[in-house]
Design a protein around this ligand. Sequence first.
Ligand code: SAH
Length: 380
Amino acid sequence: MSTSATPRTNLLGLPRPGLEAFVAGLGSKPFRARQLMNWIYKRGADSFADMTDLAKELRARLEASAEVRPPEVLSVQRSADGTRKWLLRADAAQAFEMVFIPEPDRGTLCISSQVGCALDCSFCATAQQGFNRNLSTAEIVGQVWLAARELERAARTGAAADATSGSERHITNVVLMGMGEPLANFRNVVPALRILLDDFGFDLSRRRVTLSTSGLVPQIYRLAEETNVALAVSLHAPDDALRNELVPINKKHPIAELLTACWHYLDEQNGRSVTFEYVMLDGVNDAPAQARALARLLHGHPAKVNLIPFNPFPGTRYRRSGAAAIQRFRDELLQRGVLATVRRTRGDDIDAACGQLAGRVIDRTTVRLGNKVIGVAVQP
Ligand code: SAH
């Protein structure tokens, strides 16, 4: 540990060009950055002393000026179905969450991009917490680094004698579907995506990294210029009137504009399809006529619909659609040639399911009295 007052640079926040510049600044050849990344991302190393193929001098300089520091773990919970949820420290008073979901053929890590969220979707637990701040690139990448290391350790020590086994413990997919709106934190999210995709970073294929957005249209166009990860969009309603109510950002960027941005993203990225998330709310958006309206919007486009049974949280006015209604909705879509799947609910016994991540957030944007919003203080 350094006692120096100058903060060390957290290398988890630097994509390869930034790391090359950093290493050059320490008087080494830029290609050393690749060796360093190999240690950090392939071997999960955080101690420069262990990086024995780097010159002693470089190691000493790194020791003095840099660090590999993931977010601090406040607690870990494990669900009966093998899902794990980590509560991670943002600062003295606040925390955010990430979730690992093991499945027979893959392991998906769901990471957060903000402490809280400013978008106020009416059916989402994170929205109720309000917004505090953006996570840094190092905090976003640090989630993946930390989970990879902890899962690896658990596998080695056999400490994970639960529903997970073998390759299910490894991270094969990363989804930005935790707390926050990733496109509202564009500046820090894009470099994080680069590290996830970099051969010398986590080396994930672009189809195994999914960014989910509530529909920030201008940022979807910008994203198309910067990266080519898979895109998921929280649609949740087939018409503007209902979507205005469920996803208020729709008032600014209505459905037609949003869909145009999605097809543009695919064209630019040569992508296969956009996934549209649709939370199933009893009596609100789950009628067969609404499925038919949704099919009319998406038919003939490279789209998949992922129906998410609503996950309740304290104080919500919504209820989950019944199994029959969900089935019927899906069939209406399939009959009209629109691909649709139902997302299996995971980790709900530990509040780790979609829309249940609340962390610990001190809202900076709204003034509340108990649970009631009484005013808006600052716009994020
Ligand atoms: N802000 C981004 C990332 C969050 S992703 C976005 O909106 O896409 C989390 C997904 O879970 C989104 O599709 C979100 O709409 C959905 N979701 C939110 N609350 C939910 C709830 N209570 N039950 C089920 N899904 C929910």
